[in-house]
Design a binder for this molecule. Structure first.
Ligand code: GUN
Ligand code: FE
Length: 448
C-alpha cells in the first residue's frame, strides 16, 4: 500500500519535520518501506505506479498525519477512578482508593468490561502504543493483553508484582515471591504464545510495582527473570519524597541504584516519575539506556514535584511521556504534552510571586516547547521502549493518526492569518481534541 499524505513528525528532539504530499509505502507487515518526498527522483514514478496498480490511498485534503502517540505509563485497572480520588498523598491514596479498586480485578467480567472501554478510548485519542500496569491477577492481566490484540493496540502488558506483607494489604498482594514470579512467567508465556500475536504487537513486561511493595526476594527473582526472558521492565522510581526516602531508609541507596543491583535497569526498562533522581542516578540510567516515563500531571498531584526533564535529557537519559492513569485526571497524551510544557516553564521561572524573579527557581534552561513535547510523545517514547515507532521512516511501524483541523465539533480554530508549518502544528498540539482525530492506524491497520 502507498499513502499520499501531508503531516508532521519529530524524528530528532527539538526539530519538526514537515511532510508535504509525501508517499509512504507500507508493507504487508505494516512496516514503512519508503518515504518519498516530491522532488526526489523516484517520486513521480512511484506515484504513477501506485496509481496504476490500485494501491494508492490519499489522505483527504486538509487532514494531517502525525505519528501515533506512545503512553509510557498507564495503570489500566485505575481507569474507573480517572478524575477522582486526587485529594490525599500517594501512600494514603494507594490504601484508601487504589488497592481496593485493583482488588476487584479478581473478577474477570469486571476486568473485561473496563479494559475493553479503556483500550478503545485510548486508541480513539491517538495512543497507538501503551505500556500498561495491570493488577496482581494473572487472569485479568491476560484479559488485558487479549483485548489489546483484539482492538489492535500496540501494547506492553505487565502483571503487577507486589508481595511485601509489611506494605501491601492481605486482600491484595502476591502470596509469596514464588507466586509473584510464577504469575509473571504465566503471563509472559500467554502473551508470547498467543496465536493472534505472531507479529509481537503485544509484549510482556516484568512489573515490580515499586520497591516499597516488593520483598528483596521478589526483586531479585524478577531481575533474574527479566534477564532470562529478555523482557521489558517497568516500575515506579523515586516518585515522591516519601517513596524516595523509603528506599533510602530500607536499602541505604537510591531507587535507581537499588533497581540496578537487582538487575532491573537496562535498555527497555521504563521508570515512572523519577522526580527525585540524583545526578548520579541520571548518569546510571543513561549508561544502562533505561528510560523515564515523565508524568507531569500525576507528579503535580502525587509527587508534589516537577521532573527535571531537561537535566535528564542533557545527561542522555531516554524520556517519554505518560498519563499515569489515574494518578492524574488525564488519559490523553495531548494533555500530557501540554502539561509537560507548562510545568517545565514553571520549573524555570519558579512559582512564588513573593520572591524576586531570579530567586524563584534554581533551574535555568528548564523549559521545553511544543517541538520537544511532540518528540517525547512519539519518537522519544519509541526510543524509550526500543521499538521502531514514532517516526515516519523506513523500518518503523506505520502507527499514525490523522488530524482533521476543520472537524466541526473539534476545537482547532485556524484563521487565514499568516502562519507557517510550525505554527500550524503548534496550534494543533495545543488545541486539538478527540473530535479532531479523524483516524488512527496501528501497523498499517485502521483501528479507530
Ligand atoms: N507507586 C506505587 N503504585 C503506584 C500507583 O499506582 N500510582 C502511582 N502514581 N504511583 C505508585
Ligand atoms: Fe503510576
Amino acid at each position: 500500500r502507498t499513502l499520499l499524505a501531508s503531516g508532521f513528525h519529530a524524528p530528532e528532539r527539538g526539530d519538526i519535520d514537515a511532510l508535504h504530499e509525501v508517499l509512504i509505502a507500507i508493507g504487508e507487515d505494516g512496516v514503512i518501506r519508503t518515504v518519498t518526498r516530491p522532488g526526489e527522483e523516484d517520486y513521480e514514478r512511484a506515484l504513477a505506479t501506485a496509481r496504476e496498480t490500485g494501491v494508492l490511498s490519499t489522505l483527504p485534503d486538509g487532514m494531517l498525519l502525525l505519528p501515533g502517540f506512545v503512553d509510557l505509563h498507564v495503570h489500566a485497572p485505575q481507569y474507573p477512578q480517572l478524575g477522582r480520588a486526587l485529594d490525599v498523598p500517594l501512600e494514603v491514596w494507594l490504601h484508601k482508593y487504589t488497592f481496593p479498586l485493583e482488588a476487584r480485578y479478581a473478577d474477570a467480567a469486571f476486568a473485561r468490561r473496563v479494559y475493553r472501554r479503556l483500550v478503545a478510548d485510548l486508541l480513539a485519542t491517538g495512543t497507538t502504543t501503551a505500556l500498561y500496569f495491570a493488577t496482581v491477577h494473572v487472569e485479568a492481566t491476560r484479559i488485558l493483553a487479549d483485548i489489546c490484540l483484539e482492538e489492535g493496540q500496540r501494547a506492553l502488558v505487565g502483571k503487577v508484582a507486589m508481595d511485601d506483607p509489611q506494605s501491601c494489604p492481605d486482600y491484595y498482594r502476591d502470596a509469596s515471591p514464588e507466586a509473584a514470579i510464577a504469575g509473571t512467567w504465566e503471563v509472559i508465556d500467554h502473551i508470547r504464545s498467543h496465536p493472534a500475536n505472531r507479529d509481537g504487537r503485544v509484549r510482556p513486561v516484568v512489573t515490580p510495582r515499586f520497591i516499597p511493595s516488593c520483598t528483596n526476594a521478589t526483586l531479585q527473582g524478577l531481575g533474574e527473570l527479566a534477564r532470562d526472558c529478555g523482557c521489558h521492565v517497568q516500575t515506579h522510581c523515586s516518585e515522591s519524597d516519601w517513596a524516595h526516602g523509603y528506599v533510602l531508609a530500607r536499602h541505604g541507596m537510591t531507587d535507581a541504584a537499588s533497581l540496578d543491583r537487582f538487575g532491573l535497569l537496562g535498555a527497555g526498562s521504563v521508570l515512572a516519575h523519577s522526580n527525585f533522581l540524583t545526578a548520579d542516578d541520571m548518569d546510571l540510567l543513561a549508561a544502562r539506556q533505561a528510560a523515564v516515563a515523565h508524568c507531569p500531571v500525576s507528579n503535580a498531584y502525587f509527587a508534589g514535584a516537577v521532573f527535571p526533564l531537561r537535566a535528564a535529557l542533557e545527561k542522555g537519559v531516554r524520556v517519554g511521556l505518560g498519563t499515569d492513569i489515574s494518578g492524574g485526571p488525564i488519559s490523553s497524551i495531548l494533555d500530557a504534552m501540554r502539561a509537560a510544557v507548562m510545568v517545565s516553564r514553571m520549573l524555570e521561572s519558579g512559582v512564588d510571586p513573593a520572591l524576586p524573579p531570579r530567586q524563584r527557581s534554581a533551574m535555568v534552561d528548564a523549559r521545553i516547547d511544543f517541538r520537544e513535547a511532540f518528540h517525547l510523545a512519539t519518537a522519544g517514547g519509541g526510543d524509550a521502549l526500543n521499538l521502531p515507532v514514532g517516526r515516519f521512516a523506513p523500518g518503523c511501524h506505520f502507527d499514525a493518526l490523522a488530524i482533521d483541523p476543520a472537524a466541526e465539533d473539534g476545537t482547532i480554530r485556524l484563521w487565514d492569518v499568516e502562519a507557517n508549518d510550525e505554527m500550524l502544528l503548534e496550534t494543533i498540539l495545543y488545541t486539538a481534541s478527540k473530535p479532531n482525530i479523524a483516524g488512527v492506524w496501528v501497523g498499517g491497520a485502521h483501528v479507530a
